[in-house]
Design a protein around this ligand. Structure first.
Ligand SMILES: C[S@@+](CC[C@H](N)C(=O)[O-])C[C@H]1O[C@@H](n2cnc3c(N)ncnc32)[C@H](O)[C@@H]1O
Length: 228
C-alpha cells in the first residue's frame, strides 16, 4: 500500500479510537484509495493483521474468508443500508464486514459466528470500533432464532448451504411476517422462495432480495418476475 494511504488509514483509525469517527470523512478517505488496495486499507484501519486459525467446523460449514470491500460497498448501495437498520452478518468471522457496514452507514450490526476464536476477535474489534453498535453472538446461526428476529438486513457471505441454509431461510420467513427485510447473498445461490423477490441489478456474485407479504410474492411469481 502506498505510504499516503497507510497514513490515511492511521488517521481514520485514530479518529475511531478517539470516538470521533466521521462517516463522510471515512467514505472520502476510502474513495481516495485505489480499488485493489481497499482491502488492505480497511484491514489497517481495523488493525486486523492477525487472523486466528479456523477451528474444526461442522460438515457443510465454510471457514473464514473476509468479503472484499468492493462487494460490501455494493451490498450497502443495493440493499440501501441506513443508520436505522440492524444488519445481521450470518457467519461473521472476525466482524470485519459488520464493522465496515457500521462505519459506512451508522447501522447497528450483529454477527452470528460459530467459531469461538473468531467471536473473541470480533468482540475485540467491537471494543475498538463501537461496543454499543457492534455485537457478536456465538453459536450455530440456524439455532440463534431469537437473535435473528431483530435484524432488518441479513448478509450471508457463503457461511453454509444445503439444509442449514433452508432452515435459516425458514426462520427468516417468520421474521419477514412482521416486517420487510432484505437478504443479501454473496457467492451463495439462494433457493427460490415465494416470499423473496430479487432486486436489480442482477450481478453474478451478489443477490439482494426484499421480502414480500406472502400474497405479493405469489403474485410476482405468477407474473414470472421472481428471479433467483
Ligand atoms: C466466508 S466466511 C464470511 C465471513 C464474513 N461474513 C465476511 O463477509 O467477512 C464464513 C463464516 O461463516 C462462519 N460459519 C460457518 N458456518 C456457520 C454456522 N453454522 N453458524 C455460524 N457461523 C458459521 C465461519 O466460521 C466463517 O467465519
Amino acid at each position: 500500500m502506498h505510504a499516503s494511504h497507510r497514513e490515511s488509514a492511521d488517521h481514520v483509525r485514530e479518529r475511531i479510537e478517539r470516538g470521533v469517527h466521521d462517516r463522510a470523512a471515512f467514505r472520502a478517505a476510502l474513495g481516495d484509495v485505489p480499488k485493489n488496495d481497499r482491502d488492505g486499507w480497511l484491514d489497517h484501519v481495523l488493525a486486523l493483521d492477525m487472523i486466528p486459525e479456523d477451528d474444526r467446523l461442522p460438515a457443510g460449514c465454510v471457514p473464514y474468508l473476509p468479503s472484499p470491500v468492493d462487494a460490501l460497498l455494493r451490498v450497502i448501495d443495493q440493499a440501501r443500508v441506513r443508520a436505522n437498520d440492524v444488519v445481521i452478518d450470518v457467519g461473521s468471522g472476525v466482524g470485519r464486514a459488520g464493522a465496515f457496514f457500521h462505519l459506512m452507514t451508522g447501522a447497528r450490526v450483529m454477527g452470528l459466528e460459530i467459531q469461538p476464536r473468531l467471536v473473541r476477535a470480533s468482540r475485540e474489534l467491537a471494543a475498538r470500533v463501537s461496543v454499543s453498535q457492534m455485537s457478536c453472538i456465538e453459536g450455530d446461526a440456524v439455532n440463534l432464532t431469537a437473535q435473528i428476529a431483530v435484524g432488518s438486513i441479513f448478509f450471508l457471505y457463503c457461511p453454509f448451504s444445503g439444509d442449514r441454509l433452508a432452515k435459516l431461510l425458514a426462520h427468516l420467513q417468520q421474521v419477514a411476517r412482521e416486517k420487510t427485510i432484505r437478504v443479501c447473498s454473496l457467492d451463495l445461490p439462494i433457493p427460490a422462495c415465494e416470499w423473496l423477490v430479487r432486486e436489480p441489478p442482477f450481478a453474478p456474485d451478489l443477490a439482494v432480495f426484499r421480502s414480500t407479504h406472502r400474497d405479493e410474492g405469489t403474485k410476482e411469481i405468477q407474473r414470472g418476475i421472481l428471479k433467483t
